[in-house]
Design a protein around this ligand. Structure first.
Ligand code: ADP
Ligand code: 5GP
Length: 198
């Protein structure tokens, strides 16, 4: 599988981690998750080098000055996240397809960077209210963080038309089936046969 990438972006709570985990589970021998660097602190069971490379704000600035990133964003105030060039090299050297889980701006930038090598997928919850309920139920964020994420979601939704495919994550089993098909087609012939819709 040569030099292909899958890009997943979504407002927080839309189900991106759930869907990325599902895809990684199916294609575990051919795909690998790109581990970003972030200046935020680990949450819950997160481990350095597994979900993220957790670095200090100073270390993050050093990585920027050394041109170590393909892209980076201040996704939430004072919380930086970036795609490391070293991850792209590592995963392609292993002959694997790269999976990116990035914010919507990062998704648009990565698609511009990788062009036809990339399939970019925007995941949407059926409504902002559903998204809020999912964040509350997930129970990993403070009420303030949930309010910030929900507030940001409507602006993030405006980026959807810039993606190759928009997946509505309403019923999970249906969303899994749809995403599997889209990814399979992309891996099979590498062509993007989808018209973007909202
Ligand atoms: P994200 O990575 O986009 O922030 P998650 O994958 O963590 O979102 O999903 C947010 C919460 O919603 C999780 O608790 C997850 O189990 C749940 N969830 C994801 N997809 C669905 C769905 N289709 N229906 C109901 N709950 C869902
Ligand atoms: P979280 O703090 O919930 O892990 O992630 C917050 C947001 O940052 C998510 O939307 C996630 O996709 C995004 N993110 C993670 N890594 C990167 C990255 O390398 N670049 C960009 N632009 N966003 C990222």
């Amino acid at each position: 599988m040569d030099n292909k990438v899958l890009i997943f972006s979504a407002p927080s709570g839309a189900g991106k981690s759930t869907i990325v985990g599902h895809i990684l589970g199916i294609w575990k021998d051919t795909m690998e998750f790109s581990i970003s660097a972030t200046s935020r602190a680990p949450r819950g069971t997160e481990q350095n080098g597994r979900e993220y490379h957790f670095v200090s704000p100073d270390e993050f600035r050093r990585l920027i000055s050394e041109d170590s990133f393909v892209e980076y964003e201040e996704v939430y105030k004072d919380h930086f996240y970036g795609t490391l060039k070293s991850e792209v090299e590592r995963i392609w050297a292993a002959g694997h397809v790269i999976i990116f889980d990035v914010d919507v701006k990062g998704g648009v930038n990565l698609k511009k960077y990788f062009g036809e090598k990339a399939l970019s997928i925007f995941i949407k919850a059926p409504s902002v209210e559903t998204l809020r309920q999912r964040l509350v139920k997930r129970g990993t964020d403070s009420p303030e963080a949930i309010a910030e994420r929900v507030e940001k979601a409507s602006q993030e939704m405006e980026y959807a038309p810039q993606f190759d495919y928009v997946l509505i994550n309403d019923d999970l089993a249906t969303a899994f089936g749809e995403v599997e098909k889209v990814v399979e087609d992309f891996l099979d012939d590498g062509r993007l046969n989808y018209s973007t819709f909202i």
